[in-house]
Design a protein around this ligand. Sequence first.
Ligand code: MG
Length: 384
Amino acid sequence: MKLVILGATGSIGESAFRVWEEHRERIQVEGLVAHRQGERLWRMGKAMGASWVALTEVEAAERLRAETSGVAGPAIVAGYEAMLEALDAAPATHLLAAMSGFAGLRPTLIGLKRGMRVMLANKETMVAAGDLVRRTAEAHGAEIVPVDSEHSAIFQCMALPQPVRRIILTCSGGPFRETSLEAMRSVTVEDALRHPNWSMGPKITVDSATLMNKGLEVIEAHQLFQVPYDAIDVVIHPGSVVHSMVEFQDGATLAQCGHPDMRVPIAVALAWPERWPLDVPGFEWAGRTLEFFEPDVVRFPLLRVAREAGRAGGLYPAVLNAANEVAVEAFLARRIPFLRIAEIVEGVLNAFSPEGTLEELEQVLETDAWARRQAAKAIAAPAD
Ligand code: MG
């Protein structure tokens, strides 16, 4: 198989590198894409024997070109548009879409149009433009295999086409699972970035702290598995042992369990329907207890807001996603307090009035840009 990785220097890219190390005879790396971490990307590209590496930030690519001039190694592609061209021309069979945020949409669509298996770690793409993404995959006979740990769990449980009664998404609860609403008013960026179980990039870690991540995952599950919202439940499971469950028509429930290690869903997505060996241990089950709780939508309103946006459908999830990306960025830049994230997202959604529900790329891009402007205005305005 021939692989391109989007978001190669992020935490998913890091896990993918480790899978590659164990299976280098099976995986030929065509290209690696990152935003601006040139040095790290170059080292990965050389180690993996990539034909090219791309930095979406032009200045970073130019710096890397200057630093490596005369050195043997992969070709360097500069900028987002040039990256899209390189991807479109790549003889790849597999695309690991692990770019963070909405920027992952266009390369994902290119991968699908080229008939690649898209290994989807970028949930924002499925939230903002799920209908478009699914239609594109169908039109080109391309597969989408989820890499998000919960959706990989569901995908594995649904290996046989049998009627599903309910999907149960598990959620660690994040760092503020037991924090009072009062205390949540003054939590810091550092507090929010301290995820108890998973080590991930800053955007998704903040989403895990607001539970927006789970809200986005509800929409992602609806899109990937075509299950109605009423049949997608969320349960807090602090241990992160069960990665999600599927209940079937006869009441039988299948769960997928494992250590929180992203190498597993990445290897599953690469190898499916096979399974490759991995240097990941199983559990010592004796003495282990599994706990499950109801999520608190009062302290974590984005879980409710996301579900409402999902049900509204059309371009609402694109608005939800864009407003959230901007609000999270502002929180990370210490421009707004933690609880303001949810207020901004809900405010932008309330201000949205869609003109039709047809979901073409241009409309999604326009709506995304509108929601970003609205969110930026709300952030700049004094809070009431
Ligand atoms: Mg997840």
